[in-house]
Design a binder for this molecule. Structure first.
Ligand code: CA
Length: 328
């Protein structure tokens, strides 16, 4: 009898120690509210997610703002407001505008530059947008306030965007952003912070400088031109071992984790095993209920696949409203 109780205790302990599954609100709640607006952030927080994600670039006067791209012509009305500030390549860049100018813009759902129409047709349209581009500090303030008020500890999963591009413009985005994160951490150490980047240079530097935050290496396809990294080499057993020398986790694209199995079914390839064996968390991107992986029928199946077949540690999702409900 005593042995049986010991066994039950051991099984319970093992279950408690099993890996948890993090829900990361990708760019807020972009299915319903323009990406990276404070409104989208506030609505995402209400679903009690584990992390909210700001992507960050710098303004001309070195203020980190929450934007996915270095250019601002697909997500704001900059073209209409400042038509003369276009660069030779026909684009408008956040780095050419002061924070005051950026703040005067309206943030919209992403548009397709050529057609001027919504880039993703399934998003709930916003007429006469009341939304603006938040600074990183404003974003952090909203998260801290929410956590304090609700007694939660939703974390901030920040992405440093285009560090090499910023460096070429004489700006050290890593130092500027990390300085703000350190102050945020000082003000509220109970709000977890993770720093992610497609470029390994900022992560290696932060590790070397003793950053207190978890670091996540994002993994792209080489063809996307995200950085000078050879991501194919990174996606091997040896490559992931090397990542583990400076990062705590990896953020791969979902299709990087699968291979065809029997009866035309997709199955897990070796990626997640290699990463876990190297001690890395795996947080793939991005679950979208309006654009699911072709091998699943609905979002529930997608989540089952991510958890049971792939055994990943969490997911970046565009629709926390449905993801959280399905997991509950
Ligand atoms: Ca991101």
């Amino acid at each position: 009898m005593r042995n049986l109780w010991m066994l039950i205790m051991l099984i319970t302990l093992a279950a408690c120690q099993s890996r948890r599954f993090d829900i990361i609100a990708h760019r807020g709640l972009p299915r319903l509210y323009p990406e990276h607006t404070l409104k989208g952030l506030q609505e995402a927080l209400k679903f009690n997610v584990d992390y909210v994600e700001p992507d960050v670039v710098l303004t001309k006067d070195n203020i980190p703002v929450v934007l996915h791209d270095t250019h601002i012509d697909t997500t704001t009305d900059v073209k209409k407001r400042f038509p003369k500030r276009v660069r030779k390549d026909g684009r408008f860049y956040a780095i050419d505008f002061t924070i005051k100018e950026i703040k005067s813009l309206k943030a919209n759902h992403r548009i397709d530059l050529k057609s001027g129409k919504p880039a993703i047709a399934t998003r709930v349209p916003v007429k006469n947008s009341p939304y603006s581009v938040p600074t990183l500090e404003e974003f952090i303030h909203v998260v801290h306030q929410y956590n304090l008020e609700k007694g939660t500890n939703t974390g901030i999963y920040i992405e440093i965007k285009a560090p090499a591009f910023h460096k070429d413009s004489g700006k050290d985005i890593t130092a500027i952003v990390h300085n703000i994160l350190e102050k945020a951490y000082e003000a509220d150490p109970t709000t977890p912070i993770i720093v992610q980047c497609f470029d390994d240079a900022p992560l290696k530097r932060l590790r070397k400088e003793g950053s207190p935050f978890k670091l996540v290496q994002l993994i792209a396809e080489n063809s996307w031109g995200e950085s000078r990294i050879d991501y194919n080499a990174m996606r091997t057993k040896a490559g992931l071992k090397e990542v583990a020398t400076y990062a705590d986790g990896v953020g791969p694209w979902i299709p990087m984790l699968v291979r065809p199995g029997k009866e035309k079914k997709m199955v897990s390839n070796d990626f997640v095993n290699w990463a876990h064996n190297a001690g890395l968390l795996v947080h793939p991107y991005t679950l979208r209920n309006d654009q699911l992986p072709p091998f699943v029928k609905n979002e529930k199946e997608a989540l089952d696949f991510l958890i049971k077949e792939l055994d990943v540690d969490g997911i970046f999702t565009d629709n926390v409203n449905t993801t959280v409900k399905l997991l509950d």
